[in-house]
Structures are given as structure tokens and as C-alpha cells.
Design a protein around this ligand. Structure first.
Ligand code: UD1
Length: 422
């Protein structure tokens, strides 16, 4: 059974919309529970399919987990001893972020066997930088029969690592591994995404010694053991950015609870240039109606603080109905324009040339049946449906549940006419 979402477009969104905890911060933070034999107590953990996948994997490795969904979203993880050091293909295949258990398992147990994630819809996404960095830390790694086999004698050894590209996942894996290594590790050209900062703060609470948090050079003094801790996961800036665009594209007026304009790095300049006004308010951030209308604005995806690739599809949808043209260039992933043919079916004027898409704004989109592909492409079609005239059905929406908590409920509470149909 594959669900669809049906939307009647053209209604301005109004009201308050709560932003959940960040999926991309919570995933590595859950994996960090493997670094200690004491409990890790988390708050503001989003209730998402990707979280369930990560929990299933951690349980297999020996974690006892309790989750209280209601207010506070408390999740406790406890791995008194590791029952296995293998992350099997069936789980890794479902969620690429499973590879984040590699560094922690290796650091704690001196061995790890993790299925190679393989390709996914948005491009090949190799893990060579994770592997090379762990080798720098003294691991012996072989690839066989689709698995990464990693081993080390005793503790990993601190090292100077320079990432050729600031990969988010590689930075997280190496940061976690280095916390338990012997001596100092320096990760140069590290990724600086706010989710990495959140992970680092959780590791600090667990007793890790890390300097340079938030910069492109992390200094980690390895310690012999980490302990339990409490940590509240940061707000999801991609979910927030998606609802900023939902407000703007419907000419609505939303307060996003728990979000703030600082979450966006330099991307808030792009949003401002496009005609979106964000202002901090009590308990969150307000997205104002845009008086002069939306303006075509060029954007190029970049590592943080640049414009996030995870907002590219949503921004493209916004540009479909802006005044003038916008050149949207994707530099992080190879194949991340799968939403383009679907948007075109709704009346958008988009021409793709290599990694760039030229979007010429049209006065309005028209509702249509469309097909979702990856997570962010799926939500970009929901946004298009909210703005379009008439009815849109988005098919194959299971990706949405990987990354957006209660999407229809949150939008419906702000006036959208949206329902899920089985
Ligand atoms: C994370 C996010 C994802 C986001 C991406 C970029 C999580 C769970 N996912 O993914 O939502 O879109 O950051 O902001 O946090 N690469 C290599 N070799 C490697 C690792 C990466 O070539 O070993 C390449 C990838 O193929 C890709 C680019 O580097 O083209 C960026 O990948 P990376 O920053 O690692 O993204 P993820 O951690 O997979």
C-alpha cells in the first residue's frame, strides 16, 4: 500500500506551526550512544521513519531504547555492551546515514563491519572519505562482498586529517571516532553544518574534548572513555526552510515555533533577495506576507554556510512562480533535479543544462497528479500543490515520512486543504 497526498491549492497559510527536532542532527547523535556504556538521554527527537530505522539498527547492535513521543520527544539509549559489530545490508540499504555507526563501533570495539550504502536516487554518494579518514586514525579497512570491514589493535590513534571536500557524514564519523582515539586528532576542511555543531555539543556533554566547534578545523583530544549525558536536539532548519517557502508561496503569514533566522546561515540572504521577510518573534520566527511579490533569484548550493542542497528543490518550486528568471545550480549532488519534470507537468517553465536549471517564473501553477522521487523532491511537489490552482495529488509519498513529521497535520492546522489517502 503506497499513500498519496491530495491538496486543494491556492489557500494562504496562516497561524503557528511547530518545527520538530532536526533529523540530520538526531541521526548522528543516536549513533553517538554507541560510544559509551552509560545511558544517553535525548529530547526533541523527531518521530520519523529514518529515526525508526536508526533505532532498529542500534537495537541490533545492543542498544536498549525507550521513546516517549508526546511533549519533549524523549528518547533514551543505553548500550551497556555491544551485541554485534555488524550493520547489515538490509538496514543500511534503507537509510544511508546507517554508515554513521562505523566510526563509533570501531572506536569502542576495535572492529566494525558495515554494509556499503550503495547508490541512491540522487547520485552515487560514495563513502571513500569516511574510509580514508578512519585509515588515517589507524584502522585497517578492506572492502569485500559489499561490506566495509574495519579493524584496529587497541585504540584508534589521533592523526591529522584533511578532508578533500567538507563531507557532512565523513566529518561526523571521524569526529565521533576521534573522541575515543589516543592523542590529538585534527580534522581540517571539516564540514560546518549546524547539525555537526549539535553533535559536537552532545559529545562534549558526554565528556569529549573538542575545540573549534563550528569552524572548518576541529581539534579533538581523545579520552579513554565517555559517559552518559542529556542533550536536546536542535530545531530542523530544513523543515523550517520548507515551511518558510510554504508561507511565501501561498502568500501566507506563519510563525514557525522553535525556529530562528540564524538557523539558515547565508541562505537567509537568498530568501531575502527572493522577497521573503523573516523576523524573530517570541518563541520562534515569523514569515511575513511578501508585499512586492516574489523575485527570481539565482542560487548555488554549497556546504554550510552556503545555500543547502536539501532546500534546493523547495526553492526551485518557489522560483517557478516568482517574477523573472532564476538560475539554480546544484553543486553537491549529481542527480538532484528529479522534481523538474514533475513541476513542468504543473505548468512550470524550467530548462536544465547539466548542474543548472533555468527557471522562468509563471503567474501560477496548475494542479496535476505528480510522482514523488526522493525526500526533498517530494516536499517540493507538496509546495507546488499548495500554490497551484485546483487539485494536486502527489503519489509515492513514503519518502516524506522519512523526513517530515506530521506534514499534513501541520499544514492543515494552518489552513491548507490537504489529506493523505491510502
Ligand atoms: C548529509 C545529509 C543530507 C545532505 C548532505 C549535504 C544527513 C543524514 N544527511 O548527507 O541530507 O543533503 O549532508 O548537505 O545528515 N562524498 C564523497 N565521498 C564521501 C562522502 C561524500 O564523494 O566519502 C560526496 C557525496 O557523494 C556528495 C557530497 O560529497 O556528492 C556531499 O556528501 P556529504 O556531505 O557526505 O552528505 P551526507 O553526509 O551523505
Amino acid at each position: 500500500m503506497v499513500d498519496k497526498i491530495r491538496i486543494q491549492g491556492g489557500i494562504p497559510l496562516k497561524g503557528r506551526l511547530p518545527i520538530s527536532g532536526a533529523k540530520n542532527a538526531a541521526l548522528p547523535i543516536l549513533a553517538a550512544a554507541l560510544l559509551t556504556d552509560e545511558p544517553l538521554h535525548l529530547e526533541n527527537v523527531p518521530d520519523l521513519a529514518d529515526m525508526t530505522s536508526m533505532q532498529r539498527l542500534l537495537q541490533l547492535l545492543g542498544a536498549a531504547i525507550t521513546f516517549q513521543p508526546g511533549d519533549g520527544r524523549k528518547l533514551s539509549l543505553h548500550v551497556p555492551e555491544m551485541l554485534s559489530t555488524e550493520a547489515p545490508y538490509d538496514l543500511v540499504r534503507k537509510m544511508r546515514a546507517s554508515v554513521l555507526v562505523l566510526g563509533p563501533m570501531l572506536a569502542r570495539m576495535g572492529q566494525a563491519r558495515v554494509s556499503l550504502p550503495g547508490g541512491c536516487a540522487i547520485g552515487p554518494r560514495p563513502v571513500d572519505l569516511h574510509i580514508k579518514g578512519l585509515e588515517d586514525l589507524g584502522a585497517r579497512i578492506t572492502l569485500e562482498r559489499g561490506y566495509i570491514n574495519a579493524q584496529c589493535d587497541g585504540r584508534l590513534k589521533g592523526a591529522a586529517i584533511r578532508l578533500p571536500f567538507p563531507s557532512v557524514g565523513a566529518t561526523e564519523n571521524l569526529l565521533m571516532a576521534a573522541t575515543l582515539a589516543k592523542g590529538e586528532t585534527v580534522i581540517a576542511n571539516a564540514a560546518r553544518e549546524p547539525e555537526i555543531v549539535d553533535l559536537a555539543h552532545c559529545l562534549l556533554a558526554m565528556g569529549a574534548r573538542i575545540e573549534g566547534i563550528g569552524s572548518d578545523t576541529l581539534h579533538i583530544q581523545g579520552v579513554e572513555r565517555l559517559h552518559g549525558a542529556r542533550h536536546a536536539v536542535m530545531a530542523d532548519r530544513i523543515e523550517a526552510g520548507t515551511y518558510v517557502i510554504a508561507a511565501a508561496i501561498t502568500r501566507g503569514d506563519l510563525v514557525l515555533e522553535g525556529a530562528s533566522p540564524e538557523l539558515f546561515g547565508a541562505a537567509d540572504e537568498t530568501l531575502a533577495a527572493a522577497g521573503i521577510e523573516l523576523s524573530p518573534v517570541e518563541g520562534g520566527m515569523r514569515v511575513r506576507p511578501v508585499a512586492e511579490g516574489l523575485r527570481g533569484t539565482d542560487v548555488m548550493t554549497q556546504p554550510f554556510p552556503g545555500f543547502p542542497t536539501d532546500l534546493q528543490a523547495q526553492f526551485m518550486t518557489l522560483m517557478c512562480v516568482a517574477d523573472g528568471a532564476a538560475m539554480i545550480t546544484e553543486t553537491i549532488f549529481e542527480n538532484r533535479f528529479m522534481h523538474v519534470p514533475e513541476l513542468t507537468r504543473m505548468g512550470a517553465r524550467i530548462t536544465v543544462h547539466g548542474g543548472s536549471a533555468l527557471v522562468r517564473g509563471v503567474p501560477s501553477l496548475m494542479g496535476a497528479p505528480v510522482m514523488a522521487s526522493d525526500l526533498r523532491a517530494s516536499v517540493s511537489l507538496v509546495l507546488a500543490g499548495l500554490a497551484a490552482e485546483g487539485e494536486t495529488t502527489v503519489n509515492r509519498i513514503y519518502h516524506l515520512d522519512r523526513g517530515y513529521e506530521r506534514l499534513e497535520a501541520k499544514l492543515a492546522a494552518c489552513g491548507a486543504v490537504i489529506e493523505r489517502i491510502a
